[in-house]
Design a binder for this molecule. Structure first.
Ligand code: ADP
Ligand code: NA
Length: 329
């Protein structure tokens, strides 16, 4: 059994919602085992590709660190660190930037979406996916857990891997995406279940955050958009709101959607929301309390990140030395 080298990153742009947790972070936690060599990076360099508030960014990096630890990321089992503390990310990004073309980057959908309404487009935004490729390649990752929306960026990392290996000799392994099995675990907005739950949604009631108190969770779930049928049935196409409640409930409780539907066959959707709220609270509240505890001791968080950086730096320096020799630097 070959060791999987897992790499994934998360931007410190704000607290995590339950979609991030159920769709991504919970898998990150599961990947920490003896068969895998696991690296998780808080990608703060990616967060300055759009204008940032410096104090807020620093604070968010610590909050994300606290959140990941509270969700079960174990610094003894994974390498957890801040991207900007390892200068080799920027160095490899530059080298990869020199072997990619403008044409290759211009058509990437995320760049197109983010830059569409901008008058002045930052160069960093354009380089965003090259930095992402550098993150992955620096640790010679073989497995990259990503959301579906990141697949095009992973394609770029793969073509840069091939191109570099072809031009300078075999250096980087081909990596593969680990996409969550099916779209059924995609959590929807509570206010508009035709859209995914996203922290960029301007309506704060659309997301349950893992930092929400029980009262706040109850309030948001009570106001979740459902429909005018009172029974609780799972039909994502015609009843996306109720299906979303069932999906979240099933994912936090470990019960199947069918067994939940059987359990609540005499309950209307209004009362069912209270049951879902309780299930979410039972799962999230202990995480919220742990986050608060971690945040009481920022020095401890910095120590954890520094220890992670020390581990990451060993690998990063080795890769960049090899790369520089091959490139002639
Ligand atoms: P957001 O849209 O809230 O900004 P990101 O794009 O930063 O989320 O995604 C971070 C991670 O969380 C990705 O791996 C993504 O697949 C996952 N994720 C984001 N939103 C959801 C969702 N609604 N349901 C399931 N997973 C999600
Ligand atoms: Na491990």
């Amino acid at each position: 059994n070959e060791v999987k080298k897992v790499f994934s990153g998360i931007q410190p742009t704000g607290d995590l919602h339950i979609g991030n947790y159920l769709g991504a972070i919970r898998r990150w936690v599961d990947l920490q085992n003896d068969e895998n060599d696991v690296t998780y990076c808080i990608v703060d360099l990616h967060s300055i590709t759009l204008p940032q508030n410096p104090l807020e960014l620093r604070n968010n990096s610590l909050r994300i660190c606290a959140s990941l630890l509270a969700c079960g990321i174990d610094p003894n089992k994974s390498t957890l660190f801040l991207q900007s503390s390892i200068k080799e990310h920027s160095e490899l990004c530059w080298i990869l930037g020199c072997i990619t073309t403008m044409a290759r980057l211009t058509h990437l959908p995320q760049y197109k979406d983010k830059s569409a309404a901008m008058k002045e487009i930052p160069l960093g935004l354009y380089l965003y996916p090259v930095l992402q490729a550098a993150d992955i390649m620096l640790y010679k990752a073989t497995h990259v857990p990503v959301g579906e929306d990141q697949l095009q960026h992973l394609q770029l990392a793969l073509s840069l891997t091939k191109l570099f290996n072809h031009r300078f000799g075999k250096t980087f392994p081909m990596c593969q995406a680990m996409v969550a099995e099916d779209a059924s675990c995609r959590i929807k907005s509570l206010r508009d279940p035709s859209k995914k739950m996203s922290k960029s949604d301007p309506d704060p009631k659309s997301c349950v955050m893992i930092t929400d108190t029980p009262e706040v969770i109850k309030g948001k779930v009570k106001k979740a958009i459902t429909d005018c049928t009172s029974e609780v049935t799972f039909d994502p196409l015609t009843r996306p709101g109720v299906a979303n409640l069932l999906t979240m409930h099933s994912m936090v409780s470990g019960k199947s959607v069918q067994s939940i539907c059987d359990e609540v066959k005499d309950v209307d959707t209004g009362k069912y929301k209270l049951i879902v709220a309780d299930a979410l609270i039972e799962h999230i509240n202990p995480i919220r309390i742990k986050i608060e505890d971690y945040l009481k001791n920022p020095d401890h968080l910095c120590n954890i990140l520094n220890q992670g950086s020390d581990k990451a730096r060993e690998v990063a320096e080795k890769t960049i030395n090899e790369v520089k020799i091959k490139v002639g630097l």
